[in-house]
Design a protein around this ligand. Structure first.
Ligand SMILES: [Zn+2]
Length: 588
């Protein structure tokens, strides 16, 4: 090369740079085209489309010459709880009368598989709402009994209701009703649609969805039809009772049956195998992680914002764009390797609780101690006005300047801000004290809808995101010292609906059979942290609420106010511990 005149060198460089740029855009288009094709069926958990997507990513890694990350394989398989299958023994029985799933009853997907026997009490809408001075359990003894309640809430659609009237409150969910019934000592919950709002259509009880993760609620819980209710309790006039409750916003609970009623739920939770896909560009012992999730919402599993799910959710921006970008960044880095090793990973099960990233953090193929940074790309295909948002900037002291220098090189207008919390895969790395950056081009109206299609992606600017990712990787690598990790003390995100905050971060990937809420971390300075709780602890009680799962915690945070001191019970290394915590106001 030395003998070539300088101009030839320049011409060659210009030519190859031009080619690389053109290739990147074409490659990105091909990757997104494949992953977001209708044939992938939205890459839902447990589907052939998701398997094909994983195979495609692995084939790309192989053709680029990446080293398999898992003992000769690009795949890291693991099992996750998914869907519910009905057994034959579901029933409600009173004397000779017996109802099963073919007639009049249907278990809820999050029911426990268990049998309860005893007296039945009717508890209106099953709601205890001190903020509306309303309590369906005020005048009825539910301890040790089976509770029957209605769906909905008092004065639904009535603008003069003491409840919110035109919009539902948090009390309306079946999860909240179950938590409240449990709090009042119920051994089982039966739910019937109240007749006033039901219309005239025949009651059809749908079986639980088979495309969702479920968390066991701790007691048997099922839907029953109005016909079943009248057959079981012929004296009971559900409609007039509901009219009374709604007209007066006053509870009208009562004992329905002192004889023994039997409620039996026979369901089993299925598991599916899912796979992370990861390859390595070998280097020294330092590790830089670049990741993006490749799963999406299938035909509109839970999480879809479509009015009527059922269409293919192609997830072109969420997150074929991120996967395409890390593939291209990997190709660019492979062509001119850096000193550190680069782990390139396509996560599975992000959409259902960050399962894949949790799995790889727990079973890391390289030295987790040597991870310098994790960069997560999730929805990077819609650059508008040249803008890219980088979240997590506060998690290392060096980030603002490193991000700036990479941005200057790529020409994107980068906003660099925020902590390491947030609902995508980088959070699982932040929770084990790694600096993280989350690249994102912004929310849009197609988010989590079937309209998130490949033709809406801005491929020209996405090439710059891929280049930025590679440049940022080089900048981090070139930095002599390890980055200075900063654990940021920051309030919870805005936009939720809870009044109190406990500052705990749930481990969404905990096994379904585990009763309690396992923590993947605690917010710095939050009540849980101050009470001494930490990652891995299993929360079992908050105040008077037994915590069987995250929904119970949500419920507990609704009934306690900021400033309340509550008893906290948690299991650490098989031992039950007890302490207290002072709840903080939620800024959500
Ligand atoms: Zn996503």
């Amino acid at each position: 090369m030395r003998r070539n005149p300088p101009w030839a060198m320049v011409a060659l460089l210009l030519l190859t740079a031009g080619l690389a740029a053109a290739n990147t855009e074409e490659n990105l288009r091909a990757h997104v085209g494949y992953l977001a094709d209708d044939a992938r069926q939205g890459r839902g958990i447990g589907t052939p489309g998701l398997r094909e997507a994983a195979d495609y990513i692995a084939a790309e890694f192989r053709s680029m010459g990446l080293k398999p990350a898992f003992e000769g394989s690009f795949f890291q398989p693991f099992e996750m709880g998914w869907g519910v299958a009905l057994g034959p023994a579901n029933h409600v029985k009173l004397g000779e009368a017996r109802f099963d799933t073919s007639k009049g009853i249907m278990p809820l997907g999050f029911s426990s598989a268990a049998t309860a026997r005893g007296a039945v009490v009717f508890a209106g809408y099953g709601i205890t709402a001190p903020e509306y001075e309303y309590d369906d359990f005020a005048e009825v003894q539910a301890e040790g009994k089976i509770v029957l309640c209605m769906t909905g809430e008092p004065g639904e659609f009535d603008t003069t209701s003491v409840f919110e009237g035109v919009s539902y409150t948090t009390h309306v969910t079946l999860r909240a009703k179950v938590s409240n019934a449990k709090l009042h000592g119920a051994t089982a919950l039966l739910v019937v649609e109240g007749p006033i709002y039901a219309g005239t259509a025949a009651e059809v009880l749908k079986p639980p969805r088979s495309d969702e993760p479920y968390m066991d609620c701790g007691i048997p819980a099922m839907r029953v039809t109005r016909a079943t209710v009248s057959a079981l309790f012929p004296e009971f006039d559900l409609e007039s009772v509901q009219r009374f409750i709604d007209a007066n916003t006053a509870p009208r609970s009562l004992e329905l049956k002192s004889d023994t009623v039997e409620v039996a739920v026979d369901i089993s939770r299925e598991t599916v195998e899912v796979r992370n896909v990861a390859g390595i560009i070998p280097g020294d012992s330092d590790v830089i992680v670049i990741g993006a999730h490749y799963d999406h919402l299938g035909l509109g599993q839970s999480g879809s914002l479509d009015e009527k799910p059922g269409e293919v959710h192609n997830g072109a921006d969420d997150n074929a764009s991120g996967v395409a970008s890390i593939l291209e960044a990997a190709r660019i880095l492979k062509a001119e390797p850096i000193a550190a090793s680069v782990l390139v990973v396509a996560f599975t099960a992000e959409e259902v609780g960050l399962g894949g990233s949790r799995q790889i953090v727990d079973h890391f193929p390289l030295s987790l101690d040597h991870v310098r940074i994790m960069m997560n790309l999730d929805m990077v295909g819609r650059v508008r006005e040249n803008k890219l948002t980088v979240i997590g900037c506060k998690t290392a002291e060096e980030f603002p300047s490193l991000v700036d220098s990479a941005a200057a090189k790529t020409g994107l207008e980068v906003t660099c801000k925020g902590d390491g919390y947030g609902p995508s895969d980088h959070m699982n790395f932040y929770l084990v004290d790694k600096p993280v950056l989350f690249l994102f081009t912004g929310a849009h109206e197609d988010y989590h809808r079937s309209s998130d299609d490949a033709d809406k992606i801005n491929y020209a600017d996405m090439t710059r995101v891929a280049n930025f990712t590679a440049d940022l990787t080089r900048a981090v690598d070139a930095h002599e010292q390890p980055l200075t990790f900063v654990k940021v003390s920051e309030p919870a995100q805005k936009g939720g609906r809870f009044r109190s905050s406990f500052g705990s971060i749930p481990d969404f990937s905990q096994p379904d059979s585990l009763l309690g809420m396992r923590l993947s971390g605690v917010r710095e300075g939050g009540p849980a942290a101050q009470a001494g709780l930490t990652r891995g602890d299993l929360l079992r009680r908050l105040g008077k609420v037994t915590i069987n799962n995250i929904y119970d915690l949500t419920y507990a945070l609704q009934i306690y106010a900021p400033g309340d001191t509550v008893i906290v019970e948690f299991v650490r290394e098989d031992e039950l511990h007890s302490t207290t915590a002072i709840l903080q106001p939620s800024t959500r």
